[in-house]
Design a protein around this ligand. Structure first.
Ligand code: MG
Length: 364
């Protein structure tokens, strides 16, 4: 299966409501899509420009695919996956988002050629699982309303975005716990918004109030590993490393230091499934459970993440709410996202088709 071309296009999907974190506010999903063309069919991938987290912008994604990845991979055989992945990951450093988009398109083709849904070739650990839903950071009343709305849609795990106003975050989570009752699982994501001592004070306050959190995600800046380790050792709530872990090397350092209890894997940080599997292996060897997460992505790339999560036993939590945050789903095929329920289906490869892109930048 010979790679003949790698093309790029754009998709734009309205969000059901503005997405707000400590880092940004977004109202429309605008992503680059990638099509890997071979002599035996095409595979698709998606690249969300998330400059505040990955450093990858629309321009840098297009340039990386056009000037580095495409020339490096043309003529290669998709079925020799290790060689293709070595070339993809070696042709330029960083740029994990464009690498992820091409990686998932290659896995799509690779699994389809073997007439298997991808998750079965990635370990086949489960066929269905549940995702949380993100509650954007807003005035308390609005967050309570959004949480109740999510429960109404069937969600029983909420991920609450905080990290903007220190102690007020305790009030936010308290109000939500009171409103949703004890049976809903609550996760808190500070998106690097606190400083280490402040994080310990806030998390302990949440513990003292009996808020019963499943985890707190990335309390301190990504580069502050000392701070992350200090927080993890100072509280009893499990701490999840997100922005602090892109690569297998990052994960190894976190695990070695015991700087976090859990690791959040996102394809856009690992450069795709190939890199994510390395982290899964390492995590499994060390008994560190992982969460699968996503950026603001449509069902195209979230489907690839779902295949990884369904394949790997060590991924015990899912934060794959991208499709639920979009107002429309233009695709067909692939895993079914029905509110909190994600169900794998029998389509070969990643399985998603019907990418709503009118013009592809052919043979750039
Ligand atoms: Mg996060």
């Amino acid at each position: 299966m010979k790679i003949l071309d790698i093309q790029t296009g754009r998709i734009s999907l309205p969000l059901a409501r503005p997405f707000k974190t400590a880092l940004r506010t977004v109202e429309t999903l605008n992503d680059i899509v990638v099509k890997v063309v071979t002599d035996e069919g095409v595979g698709y991938g998606e690249a969300p420009p998330t400059a505040v987290i990955t450093g990858d912008t629309e321009g840098s994604i297009l340039c990386a695919v056009r000037d580095y990845i495409r020339p490096a991979l043309l003529g290669m055989d998709v079925m020799d996956l290790p060689a293709v992945m070595a070339r993809l990951n070696g042709c330029l450093v960083h740029n994990t988002t464009p690498k992820a988009a091409v990686d998932m398109a290659l896995y799509d083709l690779w699994a389809r050629a073997q007439k298997q849904p991808l998750y079965r070739l990635l370990g086949g650990a489960r066929e269905r699982f549940r995702t949380d839903l993100t509650i954007s950071v807003n005035p308390v009343g609005q967050m309570v309303e959004d949480s109740l709305d999510a429960i109404g849609q069937g969600f029983d795990i909420l991920k609450i975005k905080v990290g903007k106003e220190g102690e007020k975050d305790v009030e936010r989570v308290c109000a939500i716990r009171e409103a949703v009752g004890p049976n809903v699982k609550l996760r808190v994501d500070a998106n690097q918004g606190w400083e280490a001592r402040e994080a310990v004070r806030i998390i302990r306050a949440m513990e003292d109030k009996g808020l019963d959190l499943d985890l707190v995600e990335q309390p301190v800046p990504a580069a502050d590993l000392d701070g992350l380790e200090f927080v993890t050792r100072s509280v009893s709530t499990p701490i999840l490393a997100d922005e602090a872990v892109f690569s297998e090397r990052d994960a190894a350092e976190i695990i070695r230091r015991g700087a976090a209890n859990l690791i959040n894997i996102k394809l856009m940080k690992t450069g795709g499934i190939w890199g994510a599997l390395k982290i899964c292996r390492l995590a499994e060897e060390n008994g560190v459970e992982c969460m699968i997460g996503c950026m603001l992505e449509s069902r195209l790339s979230v489907a690839a993440a779902a295949h990884l999560a369904a394949g790997q036993k060590i991924i015990t939590r899912a934060d794959l709410d991208g499709p639920s945050l979009c107002a429309i789903d233009p695709y067909s095929g692939g895993p079914a996202f029905d509110g909190p329920a994600i169900a794998m289906r029998g389509d070969f490869g990643v399985g998603v088709t019907g990418v709503p892109c009118k013009t592809w930048n052919e043979g750039m």
